[in-house]
Design a protein around this ligand. Structure first.
Ligand SMILES: Nc1ncnc2c1ncn2[C@@H]1O[C@H](COP(=O)(O)OP(=O)(O)OP(=O)(O)O)[C@@H](O)[C@H]1O
Ligand SMILES: [Mg+2]
Length: 259
């Protein structure tokens, strides 16, 4: 049997006595694009924080490619092949766009940043930075500080920082939030393109994006996975409609008229 890229078993988390996650079970296939949806405050970002090692679960297991990772540091989990982006951008705002990208590419070329003095490796990093500047449609922005970029450009750079390091499992937390329709469409195309061959788990509120991009959709509600199925099945699931529609009526009608 092939190994899951990511497997969560009976995952619990509480903040100061408040139970946020209450036994999350989820299996993500290798190469799959899975959207994680659920009402505000359902615990989606908390789940990402547990998987990426920012938080430790109160109880339960997390497996990355069949290996238990709960209790590991964020750096060790990253080295094991998992990267993430954040709901609120965490760029190095005072550094240039080039240096932001170089900071994660240096690690890819030589973990521990030990290559900074070696010219061949510096050239390798420069070539990779140029490659990513093109992929992220940021050509001409290299010398700007990240904080000077437009909002959509900052989100693209954030995507680049999550993906340029070569991680095979990628978590994206609301990558299109706050974007215009057009910007979100461009971001979706970018995500589709640069996650080919990787495993993607993406928190997203925009149902157009979810139904367009995801192979499967997992619904987190009241601390548990309420359903995990194909977009078509999720759209037809009455329990999901009730749990989610009650909070966000217009958003489960991708491309159509609002209810
Ligand atoms: N560091 C923290 N300390 C205490 N409570 C927290 C902390 N982080 C999150 N929470 C609480 O945990 C619950 C889940 O929050 P979380 O941010 O994971 O939800 P979410 O599903 O990502 O919501 P949204 O869709 O609004 O981003 C919320 O009630 C939130 O207030
Ligand atoms: Mg969140």
């Amino acid at each position: 049997m092939s190994t899951w890229a990511l497997e969560l078993k009976e995952l619990h988390h509480q903040f100061a006595g408040t139970q946020v996650l209450q036994g999350v079970n989820l299996q993500v296939c290798q190469g799959e694009r899975l959207a994680l949806i659920g009402p505000n405050g359902a615990g989606k970002s908390t789940l990402f924080n547990l998987i990426s090692g920012e938080l430790q679960p109160t109880r339960g297991h997390i497996e990355l490619n069949g290996q238990r990772i709960e209790g590991w540091s964020t750096a060790r989990i990253h080295r094991a092949g998992l990267a993430r982006s954040f709901q609120v951008s965490r760029l190095f705002g005072g550094l240039t766009v080039t240096d932001n990208l170089a900071s994660c590419l240096l690690w890819q070329v030589q973990p521990g940043y030990r290559c900074c003095g070696r010219s061949q490796q510096r050239q390798d990093v420069q070539a990779l930075v140029s490659h990513w500047m093109q992929r992220l449609d940021l050509v001409g922005r290299g010398a700007m500080r990240a904080e000077q970029l437009s909002y959509a450009e900052q989100r693209r750079l954030e995507l680049g920082l999550a993906l340029a390091g070569g991680a095979q499992v990628v978590l994206l937390d609301e990558p299109t939030a706050g974007m215009s329709r057009q910007e979100a469409r461009q971001a979706v195309e970018l995500i589709r393109e640069i996650t080919v061959g990787r495993t993607l788990v993406m928190v997203e509120h925009d149902m157009d994006v979810v139904f367009d991009l995801a192979d499967r959709v997992a619904v987190l509600d009241q601390g548990r996975i309420l359903a995990c199925a194909t977009p078509v099945e999720i759209r037809a699931n009455e329990e999901v409609q009730q749990a989610y529609l009650g909070l966000q009526p217009p958003r489960l009608n991708p491309g159509g008229a609002h209810a």
